[in-house]
Write a protein that binds this ligand. Structure first.
Ligand code: 13P
Length: 287
């Protein structure tokens, strides 16, 4: 069964650990992440960007696949199916399709418009029992063709959005999607501490989890981060393992071209990445 992310994140915030959001791209991704969460007895959030939703043939297809897998694989840990960086229209579509959680990313709107649209979604999500993530201060890097610099959120604006009744809040603290450049100055813990102080018990979300050093992740969790998003790192691990398989000529041996064999090393690499992150985030055994 799919669950809202509310309860798992409240527990994480109180217990000083974080739940990983791992973005999915296809069946192999979803299966690898679900099996790892089950093996480690960890709650998990499956993230779907609007682009990935389109790639997987729409949100209804995604809901069908995830629900089917939960049942067929006997997954009993809490799983939230979450729209990542949704537009207002995208969020509405996911709510209708059966997602258990959505993010409305209004960070590129003037704050008043972000407030107005977030308010409307709070009402709808509350009515339907979904969790809602809002964002203040754009996360840098490239995602679905949108490029931004790692902004730092205004703590007062964070409080304004948190007070609308969202479930969790993504605040920009200099984090970036994708690989971090060599000259990246690191996370702004000053901003994070100020936001945390303003929003109290509200679980905070750290986007751009790929490539953030372990000590910074731990410090961010200690300052109120309860959800950490990871996408690129699974993609890099999958691509490297697949490349190794092909470069070793294994697709040319016997039935090595069978997609079940060709994609297997990539799936194992995703599992290893998810395991490493769950251990680092402290969510192992917290289902
Ligand atoms: P990365 O791709 O940098 O891991 O970021 C993922 C993310 O924040 C999805 O919203």
């Amino acid at each position: 069964m799919l669950v809202s992310a509310k309860s798992m994140l409240e527990k994480a915030k109180a217990g000083k650990y974080a739940v990983g959001q791992f973005n999915i791209n296809n069946l192999e991704w979803t299966k690898s992440i679900l099996l790892t969460a089950q093996e480690l007895n960890s709650p998990v959030i499956l993230g779907v960007s609007e682009g990935a939703g389109k790639y997987m043939c729409g949100y209804k297809t995604v809901v069908g696949m995830v629900k089917g897998m939960i049942e067929e694989l006997g997954i009993t840990v809490p799983v939230a199916l979450h729209l990542d960086h949704g537009s207002y229209e995208g969020a509405m579509k996911c709510i209708e399709a059966g997602f258990s959680s959505v993010m409305f990313d209004g960070s590129h709107y003037p704050i008043d418009e972000n407030v107005a649209k977030t308010t409307e979604l709070v009402r709808i999500c509350n009515e339907k029992g979904l969790s809602l993530e809002a964002e203040v201060g754009a996360i840098g890097g490239e995602e679905d063709g949108v490029i931004g610099n790692g902004e730092c959120a205004d703590p007062n604006e964070c409080k304004m959005i948190a007070d609308l009744g969202v479930t969790m809040l993504a605040a920009g603290i200099g984090n970036i999607h994708g690989k971090y450049p060599a000259n990246w100055p690191g996370l702004s813990f000053e901003t994070l501490a100020a936001v945390s102080e303003k929003v109290g018990d509200m679980p905070l979300v750290l986007h751009g989890g790929t490539g953030i050093p372990a000590d910074m992740i731990k410090k961010a969790i200690s300052l109120g981060v309860s959800k950490i998003n990871v996408n690129t790192e699974c993609q890099l691990a999958f691509a490297a393992a697949t490349r190794e398989y092909v470069e070793a000529g294994k697709d040319l041996q016997g039935k090595g071209f069978d997609p079940r064999k060709l994609l297997a090393p990539g799936c194992e690499a995703i599992k290893a990445t998810v395991k490493e992150k769950m251990e680092l985030f402290g969510s192992v055994g917290k289902a």
